[in-house]
Design a protein around this ligand. Structure first.
Ligand code: TYM
Length: 332
């Protein structure tokens, strides 16, 4: 909360090509808040991305691309503050401070840390470990009330709340304690090759992942190859994780209920259903793809947006930082 304005903050890492998991689970849900009267901050979190080794030219290109995708997905830079994390140094500053109020044991329990350290055994760096306290800094810096994310970030959000409460208890009220916003249908879009695994931008199997910028043909081809379950009935249930995932994706693009989808495909096979999901997804993404192509061609414009966003974000970040510095006992 700033004054009587409610605040929304969220971020996406420029660490790979963005997927329909990122789109449906997060970015698409960012768009309604400004219209509803919230003050919104959407960040490209490049500091987080370097917890895994990045090729510098790729990181730079993806930072522009992620910003262009925010815009292409319908975030108007005049109504939302869109910015790049490393251009607002207060994130790193508060990140360090919050490291000192985050326990080793808490960070050791984070499932993302455990997964990523298993995957990058050669590079289990300190940043990977303290990733969640930097994420808490992102959120707490803006006195955030609501954080729209996919369910994989829920544990990090809970830790951010614990850190905020701990700091507030030691120093009196300093940070707003944030709430996650996790819409159920799209909270976890699963891999098309393995319905037990989350769809992830770092998956090496290209057929498991649908990217926001995939061509219509690729989208349809990937859905046609999607792993389904035994039987032939299009029905959402626990014993049909593949079909259930496809139903969620179809619902997200068509706005239909589970019952409507089941009725629509009653008596029809998986083949027809998968083609329909592919078409709905490709059609839903087409306007995003077109807008993206237009926006990415104008780097100077993207740089102007980044610059203005960083200035606005810095203004609010400074307010929180001066409060934090004073309470801790830093001089000046
Ligand atoms: P990242 O870049 O991995 O993912 C960005 C957003 O997409 C969501 N998401 C998904 N949702 C549903 N199904 C999926 N398969 C799927 N894959 C990804 C993520 O939950 C996320 O909301 N730590 C964050 C970035 C971050 C952040 C923050 C987020 C840094 N600071 C502060 C919120 C607030 C992350 O790794 O996102």
């Amino acid at each position: 909360m700033i004054g009587n304005e409610k605040i929304v903050f969220s971020g996406v890492q420029p660490s790979g090509n963005l997927t329909i998991g990122n789109y449906l689970g997060a970015i698409r849900n960012f768009t309604g808040f400004a219209e509803e009267g919230y003050k919104t901050f959407y960040c490209v979190v490049d500091l987080h991305a370097i917890t895994v080794r990045q090729v510098p030219a790729d990181l730079r290109r993806r930072t522009y691309e992620t910003l262009a995708l925010y815009l292409a997905c319908g975030l108007d830079e005049k109504k939302n503050t869109l910015f790049v994390q490393s251009q607002v140094p207060a994130h790193a500053e508060l990140g360090w401070i919050l490291d000192c109020y985050t326990m080793f044991g808490e960070l050791s329990r984070m499932t993302q840390f455990k997964d990523k350290s298993a995957k990058h055994a050669e590079n289990i760096n300190a940043g990977l470990f303290t990733y969640p306290s930097l994420m808490a800094a992102d959120i707490l810096l803006y006195q955030t009330d609501v954080v729209p994310v996919g369910v994989d970030q829920k544990q990090h959000l809970e830790l951010a709340r614990d850190i905020a409460n701990r700091f507030n208890q030691v120093y009196s009220d300093t940070f707003t304690v944030p709430e996650p916003y996790i819409p159920k249908t799209t909270m976890k879009i699963m891999s098309l090759a393995d319905p037990a695994a989350k769809m992830s931008k770092s998956d090496e199997n290209q057929n498991a992942v649908v990217y926001i910028l995939d061509s219509k043909d690729d989208v349809i081809r990937k859905f046609r190859r999607a792993v389904t379950d035994s039987g032939s009935e299009v029905r959402a249930s626990e014993d049909k994780p593949g079909v259930t995932n496809l139903i969620s994706i179809y619902r997200a693009f068509t706005g239909k209920t589970v019952e409507e989808v089941e009725r629509e495909f009653a008596g029809k096979g998986y083949g027809e259903f998968k083609t329909a999901v592919g078409e709905a997804c490709a059609d839903g993404l087409a306007p995003v793809r077109e807008e993206f192509a237009r926006l990415i061609a104008d780097k100077a414009h993207l740089e102007e947006i980044m610059k203005a966003g960083a200035e606005t974000a810095s203004y609010y970040a400074r307010k929180t930082m001066s409060k934090v510095r004073r309470k801790i006992g830093f001089v000046g």
